[in-house]
Design a protein around this ligand. Structure first.
Ligand SMILES: NC(=O)c1ccc[n+]([C@@H]2O[C@H](COP(=O)([O-])OP(=O)(O)OC[C@H]3O[C@@H](n4cnc5c(N)ncnc54)[C@H](OP(=O)(O)O)[C@@H]3O)[C@@H](O)[C@H]2O)c1
Length: 328
């Protein structure tokens, strides 16, 4: 069924009627009642105010705002672990889509080189730092805070893996992976909240995207016990933070990638025989490509994704459901 523009506008205004929204920069505390940071909509005029669901420019664009549905242009983003692999794929997508992107990694030369490479397509700033180290998050926040008064998108991508046979599995792998995959992700998200809240409105919530894994959804083929456990933790933390931050409003979602080319996956994907085996187990029959994961982050960060929160989205060619239905 198709709605005419007039009918759609009517439905939207009906939905708006009586809603109360927090304006830009509201001091986001839980509570529920209308406080100083909240304003009631005028259901008659509909348009206007920082919390409007459709901006005046969208109203006058002639296409009901559809041309800007997936736009992230002009937004500021942080992508951790953006120097290579999936983080670089995401950073590249966001830079090309018109975001100013800050990338982090421990290896300064690699991080600087990736930022220089991506700067050919837009704005990319390298901030080398060890997020699991004693002052890595301080350093990142110092640089971003000195240059930006608001942050629209945080992509918590940096992560590490560890595989070993069960009885040889080192216990300190749990500490190492917990620190990088979960604790640093949690701390950075909390530290970014003031900047995210400044950018957030009902019309365009702040966005946090965690990179989890299908290994946190289904039982992995490899013996990576601490990895699968921490990634399941990332997915749970996604839902918990989404519930806590929805009123700010900040959305929190996770992407659970299947196999993508990266240093982490080189031990499997660099060998043509095992690569073919892995691809063959994926219903869509191939390894993930940069646009697959960049597209998912852009969707979640755009107007198209503003009503999605607390989800874990597998971007895996169907690998997770195939594993689940085969009992693996
Ligand atoms: N590739 C896949 O198939 C796949 C599948 C599912 C999930 N994932 C997830 O996707 C994310 C990216 O993985 P990837 O495969 O792209 O791995 P990767 O190639 O090893 O890249 C990891 C990135 O994180 C950075 N990093 C690691 N530890 C860090 C730390 N303590 N502080 C700051 N930066 C750090 C690395 O740079 P430095 O080494 O210089 O620090 C690098 O930029 C991870 O969360 C991973 O679990 C990957």
């Amino acid at each position: 069924m198709r709605f005419s523009g007039v009918r759609c506008r009517f439905l939207l205004l009906s939905i708006r009627g009586g809603m109360a929204h927090r304006g830009d920069g509201g001091s986001a505390q839980n509570g529920g009642s209308c406080d100083e940071g909240w304003r009631a909509y005028d259901p008659v005029s509909g348009i206007g105010g920082e919390g409007a669901l459709m901006s005046a420019s969208e109203e006058t664009s002639g296409d009901g705002g559809i041309s800007s549905l997936f736009s992230v242009s002009g937004k500021v983003a942080v992508v951790t672990g953006g120097s290579r692999g999936i983080g670089a794929m995401i950073a590249s997508g966001l830079v090309r889509a018109g975001c100013r992107v800050y990338i982090t990694a421990r290896k300064a030369a690699e991080c600087d080189a990736k930022a220089a490479e991506l700067s050919a397509f837009g704005e990319c700033v390298s901030v080398p730092s060890n997020l699991a180290g004693p002052d890595g998050i301080d350093r990142l926040m110092e640089v971003v805070g000195a240059r930006e008064d608001r942050l629209h998108i945080l992509v918590n991508n940096a992560g590490a893996a560890w595989g070993a046979p069960l009885e040889e599995y080192p216990l300190d792998a749990f500490d190492k992976l917990w620190n990088v995959n979960v604790k640093a992700l949690f701390e950075l998200t909390v530290r970014c909240l003031p900047l995210l809240r400044k950018a957030a409105s009902v019309a365009d919530p702040g966005r946090v995207v965690h990179i989890g894994s299908i290994d946190g959804l289904t039982i992995p083929a490899t013996e990576n016990y601490a990895y699968s456990t921490t990634k399941a933790g990332v997915h749970m933390l996604t839902r918990h933070l989404a519930s806590q931050l929805a009123r700010d409003p900040i959305t929190v979602n996770a992407i659970a990638p299947g196999p993508f080319d990266s240093k982490m996956m080189a031990f499997v994907l660099d060998d043509p025989a095992t690569r073919a085996e892995v691809a063959q187990r994926i219903p869509l029959g191939r390894i993930g490509e940069p646009d697959d994961v960049a597209g998912a982050v852009i969707y979640l960060s755009s107007r198209a994704g503003r009503y999605v929160t607390g989800t874990v989205i597998p971007v895996d060619g169907g690998a997770a459901f195939a594993r689940a239905s085969s009992g693996r």
